[in-house]
Ligand binder design. Structure first.
Ligand code: FA5
Length: 345
């Protein structure tokens, strides 16, 4: 039987009202957990009421109050669960919104920051060299990287055992005839192929990769690039060679650069020269070899030296690229480090 409300009843009603208000006011799941643990925890108002049950003398009244306390707990629990569902739904929606990816934005920023590939410095230099020589009236030719001894040496006036062969540390390819197939040590063999294939007059440049058994250092690579030049016509003189090299120097490096030829030796040219360029600061760098095509070489190419004369040159492309871009060490150009390549576009 219910009795008149005691102070415990009032306390319980107040605790329930306040608890429900606190639950409703919780703004987040975390707040709600805090509210519930203080409402239903050991030091909370419900626990205090439970522990005061023992003081209720009337058994029926005690039972009834105990039941009311349990019901209050259930009510708080249910209110908490209901509010928790609402809170979690809101929190989930907020999380989704914060993690939402605007694909159109990503696509736009990807476009803005997309890293563009760049051509290797040597490729850039090769293309520029080709442009400059095409501008001077030359045609482009190419030859194989794996060559026979004939084209790499013999036709270039270096018969077997010629001492000049040791000017190039050669990499040999295994073949039936020992020493007869090599990785070309220079682009000069393409001179012979062009003379054999093209009727004169010939104004040609032949860029390509060459190979030598060399230890890399700041100015040497075992695999590098050369551009060969060959001019065959009637009445060609050394003055034409010097003039062509000077025009090329200015067109490729700029007006501030000049060239000079120093006497040198190559078996396939006579006379031969080393070609240097002078930087605007007055210092000199060696870029390649050149000279008048040797009569034996003209004959190997199927031309009559009494009718035709010409000049040839061979420059190191890697060294030119290094020079043009102020690269200190030729090996940096082959380091595969994108931060290096990105500096040059
Ligand atoms: C020759 O290879 C001759 N065939 C050039 C030539 C052609 C002379 C036509 C006369 C007529 P040489 O070995 O000096 O010559 O090489 C020519 C250029 O290639 C050098 O001046 C240099 O610029 C470059 N070079 C040579 N060795 C290396 C190397 N290991 N790494 C990078 N560049 C090199």
């Amino acid at each position: 039987m219910s009795t008149t409300p005691t102070s415990e009843h009032q306390q319980l009603a107040a605790a329930l009202t306040e608890g429900l208000a606190l639950i409703a006011a919780s703004g987040s799941s975390e707040d709600l957990r805090g509210v519930m643990s203080s409402l239903t925890g050991k030091k909370g108002p419900i626990a205090a009421l439970k522990s005061s049950l023992g003081k209720v003398a009337d058994i029926e009244a005690r039972k009834e109050l105990g039941q009311l306390v349990n019901e209050a707990l259930v009510t708080l629990q249910q209110a908490s669960e209901a509010h928790s569902r609402t809170l979690r739904a809101g929190e989930f929606a907020a999380q989704i919104a914060s993690e939402r990816l605007d694909i159109s934005e990503v696509a736009m920023s990807a476009q803005a920051t997309r890293r563009r590939g760049r051509m290797h410095l040597v490729t850039q230099a090769t293309e520029r060299l080709e442009d400059v020589f095409i501008g001077l009236g030359f045609q482009i030719a190419e030859g194989p990287e794996v060559e026979t001894d004939f084209y790499n040496f013999e036709a270039l006036n270096m018969p077997p055992s010629h001492p000049a062969r040791s000017m190039w540390d050669t990499l040999f390819i295994e073949s039936d005839v020992e020493g007869s197939v090599v990785l070309r040590t220079h682009t000069s063999p393409v001179q012979i192929r062009v003379m054999q294939d093209w009727p004169p007059p010939i104004y040609a440049v032949m860029p390509g990769r060459v190979f030598r058994k060399e230890t890399p250092d700041a100015t040497h690579m075992p695999v590098f690039h050369q551009i060969e030049g060959l001019v065959i016509d009637r009445g060609i003189t050394f003055a034409d060679l010097a003039g062509t090299i000077e025009s090329f120097t200015k067109a490729f490096f700029g007006e501030g650069f000049t060239s000079r030829l120093r006497p040198s030796y190559f078996p396939f040219t006579e006379p031969s020269a080393e070609f240097d360029i002078r930087r605007p600061d007055g210092s000199w760098i060696e870029l390649g070899g050149c000279g008048m095509v040797h009569p034996h070489v003209l004959r190997a190419g199927g031309l009559d030296p009494d009718e035709w004369s010409g000049f040839a040159f061979g420059f190191g492309i890697d060294r030119m690229a290094k020079e043009r871009h102020g690269v200190d060490d030729i090996r940096d150009m082959y380091s595969d480090d994108i931060r290096f390549t990105e500096q040059f576009s």
